[in-house]
Design a protein around this ligand. Structure first.
Ligand code: KMH
Ligand code: ZN
Length: 288
């Protein structure tokens, strides 16, 4: 019924702290180790945020290069998607620093949304600027949808900028201030995507399981990780990002979904082969 499954792991995000879960990775080495374990468990893409050693979020170009190089050295077949969302309050210029890491994909949020006590600002000119920057860098965007109107904004953006078709979306549901993480919202949003699009969904906090189970049932892909949820079940912290990936793989298999091979995941997302930078970062080891 549906295509093979692409699991994206989001190992740290910008807002999750070690008070939320002591296992959140910060340094390039810690993020790369989590990415590798997640890849081994079945993740095929990593959504990268960078942190300074003390956990402060940063979109600094050098820190992003370092973080992405460490990931590629550990798991060269993992698709690298950087965040251009960064953290609340960062400027557009700061947020675009992550493109310096030469990722294959990057996020592109399709509108402003309340985000807890803050506001995640993505006005139309910023969306257009980010689309043009990604096109110029040869990076494939993942259109982030936090609320229903964001789908209309995405259509507006696609009419203004020659985004690579078919478009790829991520439904980020359950952010306090955005659309709730409910099965009904997953279905309604997925139904409204342009024909031929690819999409994944992620549920924040305890909306995680209902959202990914619905996405799996509808033929979508899924995202998970400490950026989005820190518990395996209420009151039980996930010991690692890989533990969340392992559980999603079990659920997918129960539901008749097969995890895509690394090569198949690239094809599904319209990407080319493993980039030369990733092969170079292993010293040319083909099997690492
Ligand atoms: N940290 C959020 C404010 C993205 O990565 O593109 C934004 C975010 C989205 O995480
Ligand atoms: Zn993010």
């Amino acid at each position: 019924m549906s295509d093979d499954l692409v699991i994206t792991v989001a190992p740290c995000g910008a807002e999750t702290t070690r008070q939320h879960n002591p296992a959140v990775p910060f340094t390039p080495g810690e993020i790369a180790a989590e990415a590798r374990r997640s890849f081994e468990a079945g993740a095929r893409m990593v959504h990268v945020h960078a942190r300074w050693d003390d956990g402060t979020p940063t979109q600094d170009a050098g820190r992003f290069r370092e973080t992405v190089a460490a990931i590629r050295a550990e798991a060269p077949e993992l698709i690298v998607q950087v965040s251009t969302g960064g953290a609340i309050g960062m400027t557009a210029e700061e947020r675009l620093g992550s493109l310096a890491a030469e990722p294959e994909m990057a996020t592109l949020t399709c509108g402003t949304v309340n985000f807890g006590q803050g506001v995640f600002e993505n006005p139309a000119p910023l969306m257009l600027e980010f689309a043009r920057a990604q096109l110029a860098a040869g990076v494939r965007p993942e259109l982030e949808i936090f609320d229903f109107g964001h789908l209309d904004n995405a259509a507006w953006l696609a009419a203004k900028a020659p985004l690579p078709q078919p478009l790829h979306y991520d439904l980020v549901l359950g952010v306090p201030g955005g659309a709730a993480g409910t099965p009904r919202n997953v279905v309604s949003l997925a139904d409204r995507l342009p024909a031929g699009s690819t999409w994944s969904a992620t549920g924040i906090g305890r909306s995680h399981l209902p959202v990914i189970a619905t996405a799996l049932a509808c033929g979508g892909h899924v995202r998970l990780g400490f950026e989005d949820q820190v518990e395996l079940e209420p009151g039980v912290l996930a010991p690692s990002n890989a533990s969340l990936v392992e559980r999603a793989v079990r659920l997918a298999e129960l539901m008749g979904r097969r995890v895509a091979t690394p090569a198949r995941a690239r094809k599904i997302l319209g990407l080319g082969p493993v980039p030369s930078q990733a092969i170079a970062s292993t010293g040319g080891r083909p099997d690492s």
